[in-house]
Design a protein around this ligand. Structure first.
Ligand SMILES: C[S@@+](CC[C@H](N)C(=O)[O-])C[C@H]1O[C@@H](n2cnc3c(N)ncnc32)[C@H](O)[C@@H]1O
Length: 202
């Protein structure tokens, strides 16, 4: 999707789109390494939007891996189906989708979020995280990005604190300057993480 089409959706649905431009390939790459998507068997993406991360996931995920993308914007879902015909997208709210179905019983090794957390009220943040995080597989990783500088604002700090109460291990990557605005990645797991884990693809 072009930047102008993204901007059009932002103008129509600014509360849920929450960004003025799609994430850059450099940020997508950082998200892939931090999430371990290249070694994941089950992958969940929240808010794929225009597919900035989806494209990277499609490139790195193993052939036998499965993918589920939850996106509430119908126009985006329509385009995602056309752009990634082999991948599963559901047009729904991430806080409502039933992940207790047998198909997801093994949990997700990588949960990759493009959601604009700081634009959401706390109840919605809790509802989404409460719906997805119990389905993180043992040793799985939850990744999401934050704009550098904005993370120091009260809403940004509050989100980080919330994440820390829900996952025992939360850390951050280096800043990706080649993104508008520059951003870094929060990585959370139910098992300990090392900086090598999240910054290197080996
Ligand atoms: C900032 S855009 C991210 C798009 C893309 N991942 C990227 O980084 O460029 C956020 C996306 O999350 C979607 N979204 C917002 N709230 C959602 C919710 N509760 N459930 C699922 N998707 C949601 C929006 O429609 C939008 O497409």
């Amino acid at each position: 999707m072009s930047a102008s089409a993204f901007l059009r959706e932002f103008a129509r649905n600014w509360k849920t789109v929450g960004a003025i431009a799609p994430s850059s390939p450099a940020l997508a790459e950082k998200m892939m390494v931090a999430s371990g998507a290249a070694h994941a068997r089950h992958i969940l993406e929240l808010g794929p939007g225009t597919g900035a991360f989806t494209e990277a996931i499609a490139r790195v995920m193993p052939d036998n891996a499965d993918y589920l993308g939850l996106e509430l914007n119908e126009a985006f879902v329509h385009r995602l189906h056309a752009q990634f015909p082999g991948m599963r997208f559901e047009c729904c709210c991430a806080q409502k989708f039933d992940l207790k179905q047998p198909a997801f019983r093994e949990g997700f090794d990588a949960i990759i979020s493009g959601l604009p957390w700081t634009a959401f009220p706390e109840e919605l943040q809790k509802a989404i995280l409460g719906n997805v995080l119990p389905h993180l597989a043992p040793g799985g990783r939850f990744v999401t990005f934050a704009y550098y500088g904005f993370h120091k604002l009260p809403a940004g700090q509050h989100f980080r604190d919330l994440l820390g109460t829900l996952l025992p291990n939360v850390t951050t990557t280096e800043v990706v300057w080649a993104n508008l605005p520059p951003a870094f990645v929060y990585v959370g797991s139910n098992e300990p993480l090392t900086s090598e884990d999240i910054e290197s693809d080996d």
